[in-house]
Design a protein around this ligand. Structure first.
Ligand SMILES: C[S@@+](CC[C@H](N)C(=O)[O-])C[C@H]1O[C@@H](n2cnc3c(N)ncnc32)[C@H](O)[C@@H]1O
Length: 274
């Protein structure tokens, strides 16, 4: 499976990553310790700094946008003033597990909440499932649709929704909808479509209770991920089990990874029920 992403090095609060032909140096709070390979950092086409923004130290310019294939999924990348690109590569191993799990149930109907640029949506869609993709940001839903087209999934059964998560879930419950698998990546702090505040500390249990009400009798899984600092996989699993009850549970860490010998960088946690 084609993969254009790799972590090249990390240390002193920064990460060096390759996205296809483009090597970037960006801040990373989890990048402890010293750089393993300081010479490599000269290959960076651009560096991001929270004060200076993006700068290019050499002759090459940072492209305005480009397309990469990460674990078999094509994604458009576009650097933002906040240092983001439109993909969180630490989730790529989960994309593989989502596709693998759903290949067994290609008729499954899947809900992806806080769905961003659509990596998990496309991982489910490439397994043949119908997917409902929800994000409060119109720009991110547009990007996810572009990504679907880049994967020949423009005509796949994907419902694209721009809405606040709580309003949408309440509406789906009133409509009597059911989903066989639900994936969600709630932010530490976010805003709904109408500016509604979302805080993981305060709102996660309510979100999961709404998800529980939407699960079908044949439900396959609920996959909850978090990038919130200080949240352990055990914390997240306890919250999920507290709402959904006993059941097959699994948990783990997401990581930015590269070639063998390159020290991985922690990038959040996941837990799965079912
Ligand atoms: C942490 S990002 C998700 C990252 C993504 N799942 C991934 O790993 O590629 C959080 C996303 O939630 C969306 N969001 C934040 N608050 C929201 C809300 N109240 N309702 C719906 N979406 C929200 C943001 O627009 C953003 O795209």
């Amino acid at each position: 499976m084609r993969n254009d992403y790799e972590l090249l090095d990390s240390g002193q609060g920064r990460k060096l990553e390759r996205f296809g032909p483009v090597i970037l140096s960006r801040p990373c709070e989890q990048a402890d310790g010293d750089m393993q390979n300081p010479d490599l950092w000269r290959d960076a086409v651009a560096e991001f700094d929270r004060v200076a923004g993006w700068t290019s130290p050499g002759d090459a310019d940072l492209p305005a946008e480009w397309v990469v294939t990460i674990n078999g999924i094509n994604m458009k990348l576009k650097p933002t003033p906040a240092g983001h690109l439109g993909v969180f590569p630490e989730t790529r191993a989960l994309w593989d597990s989502i596709t693998e799990a759903l290949r067994l149930t290609p008729d499954a109907s899947v809900l992806n909440l806080f769905a961003y640029s659509g990596g998990a949506t496309l991982a489910a869609a490439r397994a043949g499932c119908s997917v409902c993709h929800l994000d409060s940001s119109k720009a991110m839903v547009t990007r996810a649709r572009e990504n679907a087209a880049l994967n020949d999934l423009a005509d796949a059964p994907i419902r694209w929704i721009v809405d606040d998560v709580t309003k949408f879930l309440d509406r789906e419950i009133r409509r009597g909808r059911r989903y066989d698998a639900i994936m969600l990546d709630p932010p530490s702090f976010g805003r709904g479509r109408g500016g509604e505040q979302y805080k993981i500390d305060k709102d996660l249990v309510g979100t999961l209770e709404r998800c529980k009400a939407l699960l079908s009798d044949e439900s396959a899984f609920v996959l909850l991920t978090s990038h919130t600092q200080g949240m352990t996989a055990a914390d997240l699993e306890a919250v999920l089990a507290g709402v959904l009850g006993e059941g097959p549970l699994a948990r783990g860490e997401m990581r930015l990874t590269g070639a063998s010998g390159v020290r991985p960088v922690p990038g959040g946690v996941w837990t799965r029920w079912g």
